[in-house]
Ligand binder design. Structure first.
Ligand code: ATP
Ligand code: MG
Length: 396
């Protein structure tokens, strides 16, 4: 039996101009996702991508990896047969042989309309064959088994199950963003959301060493390692922020401190992100969740940014974000106890509305440029790869 993985994407959402870019990135990412599973030839077909699996020892493993690639709508392991009715009948017969199912439907699709039989005729022909071979009935609305038959000019693909993919756009197709990654629940989800919209993400984590233990760095590494499964290669900056915070504490009254910290983080992340061509920043902020995330304070944070700050979680509530973190597998790491730099020198009652005048007065007492330069100079860069036997492939 000739096997293949058939990858579908949401064609309708593709505009003419960006279609080839989308497909180029998608094909490249599909290959990267399975790079350690042996050679798998890939071909673009009309409206889908075919990966040849004839003789491959682990087709299911290939399918599961492909089903996690951003831009993929679904993946199916299919049998490939010539586009003749006899060959299709034989494939459908093999598929139902020895299987029990109370109901089924045939979903035939022709990728080219010149095929001599219409999809309705194919459904009827192949449906009749199944009814001959198995004790079952047709149910068009809630079938237990759907037999897909995709007819292309050269060959036809027959399969029953489709593994759903994340949808969205392939990583790389939308450019690069720098993500402010804490050890919390929200920012890894935000970074993933940006990947799903086609962004390559560069991570920036601020830690409190030497004032705090290095736990938050370990969490950031673990989170990046996880998220690298969707972009195959990641850069993570670890920025020592304890000294910088200490300087803020010496100069700025408690209520405005959190916003000053955040504005410094934004400036540093922007400078680091630009080294990688980042065109925007992203954070895990969600409106009203904590004091620094009010409209007023968000405005204060945005004032210092020269790149757009994208906040994909702004309208989500904690339950939705938590559910997504669990699905992504970042939740367990995020809830590990730790003290990141945000717990360092943080006032008991941060202001929910810091005015422009207040923040300007606070920052006037600091050497902002010097602090930003220091953060950038002291940042260390680590690189992660997937698939890889170990998370860190190179540390500089
Ligand atoms: P999270 O769950 O992502 O930590 P949060 O609900 O704790 O978010 P804040 O502490 O106000 O909210 O942080 C808001 C955003 O600021 C975070 O989502 C993240 O993008 C960024 N941020 C906060 N702390 C750090 C840090 N130590 N390093 C990098 N980015 C951070
Ligand atoms: Mg946090």
């Amino acid at each position: 039996m000739r096997r293949a993985a058939i990858v579908h994407y949401h064609e309708v959402s593709l505009k003419r101009g960006n279609r080839s870019l989308f497909l180029r990135h998608l094909a490249m990412n599909l290959q990267r996702a399975i790079a350690d599973l042996g050679p798998v030839p890939l071909r673009q077909l009309s409206g889908r991508i075919l990966l040849e699996l004839e003789g491959h020892p682990r087709p299911e493993a290939v399918r599961d990896r492909l089903a996690r690639v951003c831009g993929v709508a679904s993946v199916a392991l299919a049998e490939r047969v010539p586009s003749t009715l006899d060959a299709m009948r034989a494939a459908v017969a093999r598929l139902v042989e020895g299987r029990e199912f109370a109901s089924f439907r045939i979903t035939a699709r022709r990728a080219f309309k010149t095929y001599p039989l219409t999809s309705v005729e194919l459904n009827r022909e192949l449906g009749a064959l199944v009814l001959e071979r198995a004790r079952t009935r047709v149910d068009l609305h809630h079938p237990e088994v759907t037999i897909h038959v995709e007819v292309l000019p050269a060959e036809t693909f027959v399969y029953t199950e489709r593994a759903p993919g994340p949808g969205g756009l392939p990583v790389g197709a939308s450019g690069t963003v720098a993500a402010l990654l804490s050890g919390g629940i929200d920012s890894p989800v935000a970074a993933w959301r940006m990947m799903k919209r086609g962004c390559r993400v560069v991570f920036v984590h601020f830690h409190g060493v030497p004032y705090l233990p290095p736990t938050s760095q370990a969490k950031a590494r673990a989170l990046v390692e996880r998220l690298t499964e969707w972009q195959y290669r990641s850069d993570l900056y670890l920025v020592p922020f304890g000294e910088i915070q200490r300087e803020v504490v010496l100069a700025v009254p408690p209520p405005a401190r959190v916003v000053v910290y955040r504005r410094l983080m934004v400036r540093i992340a922007e400078a680091l992100g630009r080294r990688h061509g980042a065109e925007a920043l992203t954070t895990g902020e969600s409106l009203g969740q904590v004091a620094s995330q009010t409209l007023t304070n968000i405005a204060r944070i945005d004032e210092v940014a020269r790149l757009p700050i994208l906040r994909p979680l702004i309208g989500m509530d904690k339950l939705e974000i938590t559910a997504e973190a669990q699905r992504l597998g970042t939740f367990e790491t995020s809830i590990e106890p730790d003290a990141d730099c945000c717990t360092l020198f943080v006032p008991r009652h941060p202001a929910t509305r810091v005015s422009e005048e207040e923040i300007r007065a606070a920052e006037a007492r600091l050497d902002i440029e010097g602090l930003v330069a220091r953060g950038c100079a002291e940042a260390s860069l680590e690189t992660f790869a997937f698939p890889a036997p170990t998370g860190v492939v190179a540390a500089r």
